[in-house]
Write a protein that binds this ligand. Structure first.
Ligand code: ZN
Ligand code: ZN
Length: 142
């Protein structure tokens, strides 16, 4: 399955050639600063992510990240698009930047210890105080 997405201005377009992971909604302070509120991210395998016009894409270090993560955004319009960490085989992709989001569902909210009072996880939704726990159900790729 091929899915495409991109930034607001169109300078950055990408295609995911394989499966996408269920969405995690991250409430950590860095995602909030970056996206304006909790950031909803699916993920792609790095080898299956093709970025068109990649000089339109800039990467910034996520300053507090224990995983030394970087965040990818459009140089022209600033859209928050990608998150990657050294050694990871996957790249997180802003779920809202996909052209067609059909079939994606939210698996859980994470880092809710840093959630704002006005943007809490919905009732009944799995929510974790920090990252997605190793003991939680494996995330599915559809
Ligand atoms: Zn743009
Ligand atoms: Zn986060």
């Amino acid at each position: 399955m091929r899915r495409e997405g991109g930034c607001l201005c169109g300078a950055v377009r990408y295609a995911v050639l394989g499966r996408l992971r269920e969405i995690l909604v991250c409430h950590c302070l860095e995602c909030r600063r970056w996206a304006g509120r909790a950031w909803a991210a699916t993920a792609a395998r790095a080898a299956e992510l093709e970025i068109d016009c990649s000089d339109g894409l800039a990467w910034v270090r996520s300053p507090r990240s224990a995983r030394r993560a970087e965040r990818g955004f459009c140089r022209s319009c600033g859209s928050s698009l990608l998150w990657r960490a050294p050694g990871s085989e996957t790249v997180a992709v802003a779920a809202g930047s996909l052209d067609d989001t059909a079939g994606l569902r939210v698996a859980a909210h994470i880092w809710v210890s840093q959630a704002t009072p006005w943007d809490p996880p919905p009732p009944g939704m799995p929510a974790y105080p920090h990252g997605y726990p190793a003991a939680a159900p494996p995330l599915s790729w559809g």
